[in-house]
Design a protein around this ligand. Structure first.
Ligand SMILES: C[S@@+](CC[C@H](N)C(=O)[O-])C[C@H]1O[C@@H](n2cnc3c(N)ncnc32)[C@H](O)[C@@H]1O
Length: 210
């Protein structure tokens, strides 16, 4: 299986940057906090994070192409820094962050990788810090669209260009975050295509306390 870092570099190289105007609301305040964003990609979630007045944001991704683009796009922001790193082994000290935001990164990993990454999020959070999670859920319309070339694990598609995409259940997310306390996890559903009500986007989101 192709290393996901190379797959993402190729993906960003081919498709360019997709900006979204959608502004996200988060379940905890970022005001005055030190926030880590895991897998910043083309900066969609990051642009919502910085509007919530954090003291500092450190954003990491293992894609060199994503890094170069976001460094350029966000160059005027003095309180945001970008780091090339793998979620499974983070170059940060234990207890350095108040909040970790992990949106649409863990779906790119197999189960072992997801566990290691969540272990790293736990390590780098200070006691009393929060992890925020959002990702695709089992039953999302894309899970069944047939663009897969393989399925290395249950609910994990291997797509044409080698991209992994895992679909989570709420129970699985609770289990993944079981070292944290006060885990709140739930399903969200929306219908992204106006004339196609049968296409349902399903997401799992969660917030948990260290
Ligand atoms: C779908 S994008 C998500 C972008 C962003 N989190 C957002 O919500 O807008 C997934 C990103 O995670 C990165 N990624 C996947 N696995 C990673 C890993 N193990 N370590 C670091 N980055 C990773 C990919 O390079 C890609 O840029």
């Amino acid at each position: 299986m192709e290393h996901q870092e190379n797959v993402w570099d190729l993906e960003y190289g081919e498709r360019g940057t997709k900006w979204s105007r959608r502004r996200l609301a988060f379940p905890v305040s970022f005001e005055g906090k030190v926030v880590l964003e895991a897998g910043f990609g083309d900066g969609k979630t990051l642009s919502s994070i910085i509007e919530k007045r954090p003291a500092n944001v450190v954003a990491f991704d293992f894609s060199a192409v994503a890094l170069e683009r976001c460094r350029e796009a966000f160059r005027d922001l003095k309180n945001v820094s970008f780091v090339k790193a793998d979620a499974e082994s983070l170059p940060f000290e234990a207890g350095s962050f108040d909040v970790v935001v992990a949106y649409y990164i863990l779906d790119n990993m197999l189960v072992e990788g997801r566990r290691k990454a969540v272990g790293e999020f736990f390590r780098v959070l200070r006691p009393g810090g929060f992890v925020l999670f959002e990702d695709f859920a089992v039953g999302d319309f894309r899970e069944d669209l047939g663009k897969r070339v393989g399925m290395p694990e249950a609910h994990t598609l291997l797509k044409k260009k080698g991209l992994l995409c895992h679909y989570f259940s709420v129970e699985e997310v609770r289990e993944l975050l079981s070292d944290f306390s006060n885990v709140e996890a739930g399903l969200k559903e929306r219908k992204p295509v106006r004339n196609r009500p049968e296409l349902v986007r399903r997401l799992v989101s969660a917030v948990a306390l260290k």
